[in-house]
Write a protein that binds this ligand. Structure first.
Ligand SMILES: [Zn+2]
Length: 324
């Protein structure tokens, strides 16, 4: 499949996801109305309010009359919403039970963010990359390895080359020493296009060619595995259990996965904690700075990622190598 075919297929997947979001919402509404029939009546009244406001605009009423209808709609609308929230809470449901819920709040499952020109959301980019990996379009083990590392392409200014070479030495020593490494984990951070994923692929290639088993996964797919584990559905893709147990796990693009309450942070913590306790190895790439990691994942997760005894770290800086 070409890149544009992957994009088209992925956009279709997003459209299906949005349809699913709506179906899920309707199912929640139906359940809530069954539990508290008053909710159904209130929702009907609310729809009726909007309709009468529309009618008053079309029927050529005076300005004052229209204003009165609008005011009534506002006040009554607020009362209805408050009453619905109270009924939901009474039924033991969250206040936002009837709202649409998205897998990605940033793009609302459209795959796009921003006004024209819109660009692909990070979640979309991450999934696209995962698809390209799997189908071998993007160099994985074949082209990205330590032997293919070409330092002549890397600018010397601002220490960019020196930083990347130091990171490369760290990664190569780690991959050659595995599983007897200085620390169980590696953290590669820095903006996009500085060579982090390349180094991650190099480690993967070296370790697997030495006969060890390793799994390379984007943070997005990792999140999918967490979600499946949490809801106990779907057999497609990696199981969370396998990810806990594989001797070397390489996570690409940490920080691009959706943030879902009770899932993202909790399962990431479990993953890191259990892997560390079992003396298993983990390599992580992220665009997030240490401060941003802390802010996104909180103390328990970030302390594990930033602990020097558990994790050797390299922070890359400089120009985007893809754009040189
Ligand atoms: Zn998104």
């Amino acid at each position: 499949m070409t890149r544009s075919e992957h994009i088209r297929a992925l956009l279709e997947e997003y459209a299906r996801q949005r349809a699913q979001d709506e179906q899920d919402q309707q199912a929640r509404v139906a359940r809530a109305c069954a539990a508290r029939p008053e909710i159904a009546a209130l929702r009907e009244e609310s729809a009726g309010l909007a309709l009468s406001a529309m009618r008053s605009i079309l029927s050529g009423q005076t300005r004052e009359e229209r204003q009165a209808v609008a005011d009534h709609m506002k006040v009554r609308g607020r009362e209805i919403n408050a009453r619905i929230r109270a009924l939901l809470l009474e039924a033991g449901l969250p206040e936002d039970e009837l709202a649409l819920r998205y897998r990605c709040d940033r793009c609302r499952d459209t795959g796009y963010v921003g006004e024209a020109p819109a660009r692909f959301c990070d979640c979309f980019e991450a999934r696209l990359r995962a698809r390209l990996y799997e189908d071998g379009t993007m160099a994985g083990t074949d082209r990205e390895n330590f032997a293919a590392f070409d330092e002549s392409r890397i600018p010397e200014e601002d220490g960019q080359r020196a930083l990347l070479l130091a990171a490369r030495r760290m990664c190569e020593a780690y991959a050659d020493g595995f599983p007897e490494t200085r620390s169980p984990n590696l953290l590669l951070s820095g903006a996009g296009g500085l060579g982090k994923t390349f180094l991650l692929n190099c480690v993967y290639e070296r370790v697997t060619s030495r006969g060890f088993s390793a799994v390379r996964i984007t943070a997005f797919r990792l999140f999918e595995a967490m979600r499946r584990q949490h809801f106990g559905d779907g057999a497609e893709g990696e199981s969370f259990d396998d990810l806990l147990k594989v001797p070397l796990l390489l996570i690409d693009d940490l920080g691009t996965e959706p943030m879902m309450r009770n899932i993202t942070v909790e399962y990431l913590f479990t993953l890191l904690n259990e892997r560390t306790a079992a003396r298993r190895h983990t390599v992580i790439c992220t665009n997030l700075s240490p401060a941003a990691l802390q802010e996104r994942y909180g103390e328990r997760v970030s302390s594990r990622l930033l602990d020097r005894n558990l994790c050797q770290a390299a922070q890359l800086k400089g120009k985007d190598l893809r754009r040189l």
